[in-house]
Design a protein around this ligand. Structure first.
Ligand code: NAI
Ligand code: MG
Length: 495
């Protein structure tokens, strides 16, 4: 098959003016970091974008002290309605600067502009709007009478949705009256630093949000700081485990949002055109670098061949290339390290005997790229069926009965999300009920909404982000020194 060529339609880089170096954002100002600065690059071209500061333990102590002071003197005393006004202001400034933020996110992360422009940045604004509304209604959130804030929250986020993960962390923390020290991922600090400029524009009181940059060691030192009351982490299960060990035995509250290996289950009565789009969106959105990606396709045996054929012809139409081009479907992977991890696991898939199919793409000569790939004939015991690949690689398994689909879907150490495709509502509800996953989508996938809770079972972590549930992680019942834990925080269960 041949396809029409599209002329290049790049979004303008002139929308974005970068400084040659960025400091740490502490107490409302940019300050130099004590550690060695590092470069942030465009993963599509490997071009140097700007230089980022490294926070040392001393810088972290300054940031935590600023957050504590702001908590004690301003933020915890401010009428809740006024806190809400700051959040609304931030949301509106994000909207005003949305084109610029989308360009920065695509440049620094490698994701297609149509995703940063139409998904990431609008959701960032939506998160702040939604939690702005909660700020003065906490007494009615069903979390006890007069719930109180915790204090200083240390928040560590990953590189796959840099600004969106920042919003998921900062919006509920501020709405509930906590102050924040946030560390973005080392490959994608840029939009967090632009966000710091937005906080200055919003005239948020100094110290309410501090942003410190650096790699894993900076994150570990932040978690270890004794004046931190709450730790919120999104990232790998391995680092999540080490953080859980680090805070064990302290009074720090902890929520973890870790990896996943979601089953996307397609029954033979599913609306196939929609299902194909849902499978594509499930695993190729953001190059598959999504914790809740539908990375295991469970397809009913009698429609397996038809689904694979349709999927392959759909994938052949996806355009891989310049993330800033509005026609691009598949952008660059975030880092060389991630490319190497994906390449290695794909080789494991072949060695284990699964059949590999990759769409034919012109792979640029610089940057980090991986063509959309499907493995068929995958067994439940295969590493590519069990481990998070975190890339554009789909593992396909089959099932015959509903019971087999459920058993295979739940046969994973993770439990973050799942998808069900079927025309029959009663089947969708029954299967959703049996799945051990925090989020279950029916006849759709990778849908996010600020009013809907998100979080995992088992090794996918504990605690919920988003919606009313997301408030609980940042509040404690008044007159009660014991933190108000939700069922999800103590058992990893759905609430
Ligand atoms: P990572 O877990 O090392 O990084 C996430 C964040 O944690 C970054 O900000 C990093 O600087 C920080 N960090 C690293 N070590 C730390 C420590 N000891 N203490 C405190 N903070 C620390 O993830 P990485 O290495 O970038 O990716 C590895 C794999 O993890 C991926 O291939 C993917 O499978 C999974 N992952 C899952 C994510 C999710 O959304 N659940 C996001 C990123 C990665
Ligand atoms: Mg790591």
């Amino acid at each position: 098959m041949t396809f029409l060529d599209y002329a290049a339609a790049p979004e303008s880089r002139a929308l974005l003016t970068l400084r040659s170096e960025y400091g740490l954002f502490i107490n409302g100002e940019f300050v130099a970091g004590g550690g060695a600065p590092f470069a942030t690059i465009s993963p599509a071209t490997e071009e140097h974008l700007t230089s980022i500061a490294t926070a040392t333990e001393e810088d972290i102590a300054t940031a935590v002290a600023a957050a504590r002071r702001a908590y004690d003197t301003v933020w915890s005393r401010m009428p809740a309605r006024d806190r809400g006004k700051y959040l609304y202001r931030i949301a509106r400034l994000v909207q005003e600067r949305s084109r610029e933020l989308a360009v920065a996110e695509s440049l620094d992360n490698g994701k297609p502009i149509k995703e940063s422009r139409d998904v990431d940045i609008p959701l960032v604004a939506a998160w702040f709007f939604s939690y702005a509304g909660w700020a003065d209604k906490l007494d009615y959130a069903g979390l006890g009478a007069n719930p109180r804030s915790l204090g200083v929250a240390a928040q560590i986020i990953p590189w796959n949705f840099p600004l969106l993960m920042l919003a998921w962390k900062i919006a509920p923390a501020l709405a509930t009256g906590n102050t924040v020290v946030l560390k973005p991922a080392e490959t994608t600090s840029l939009t967090a630093l632009l966000f710091a400029e937005i906080l200055q524009q919003a005239e948020l009181p100094p110290g309410v949000v501090n942003i410190i940059t650096g790699a894993g060691a900076t994150g570990a030192a932040l978690v270890a700081h004794e004046d931190v009351d709450k730790v919120a982490f999104t990232g790998s299960t391995e680092v999540g485990r080490s953080i859980a060990r680090q805070v064990a035995g302290t009074s720090k509250r902890l929520t973890l949002e870790l990896g996943g290996k979601a089953a996307n289950i397609v029954f033979d009565d599913a609306p196939l055109d929609e299902a194909i789009e849902g499978i594509v969106n499930g695993i190729f959105f953001n190059q598959g670098q999504v914790c809740c990606a539908g990375s295991r396709l469970l397809v009913q045996e009698n429609i397996h061949d038809e689904v694979i054929e349709r999927l392959q012809s759909r994938l052949a139409t996806l355009r891989l290339g310049d993330p800033l081009d509005k026609n691009t479907d598949i952008g660059a992977l975030n880092s060389r390290e991630q490319l190497e991890r994906i390449t290695e696991l794909a080789a494991v898939g072949e060695a284990e005997g699964a059949q590999r199919w990759s769409s034919v793409c012109d792979i640029p000569t610089t940057g980090f790229w991986f063509a959309p790939t499907i493995f068929t004939g995958v067994h439940t015991s295969s590493r590519i069926a069990r481990e998070e690949i975190f890339g554009p690689v789909l593992s396909v398994l089959t099932f015959r009965t509903t019971a087999e689909a459920i058993a295979k879907a739940n046969n994973t150490p993770y439990g973050l999300s799942a998808g069900i495709w079927s025309e029959k509502g009663s089947r969708v509800l029954a299967v959703a009920d049996a799945l051990r996953a925090g989020v279950v989508w029916a006849n759709t996938f990778n849908r996010f909404d600020p009013t809907s809770p998100f979080g995992g079972y088992k090794e996918s972590g504990y605690g919920r982000e988003g919606g009313r549930h997301g408030l609980a992680a940042y509040l404690t019942a008044s007159g009660d020194n014991a933190p108000l834990r939700t069922a999800a925080e103590t058992q990893g269960g759905v609430q």
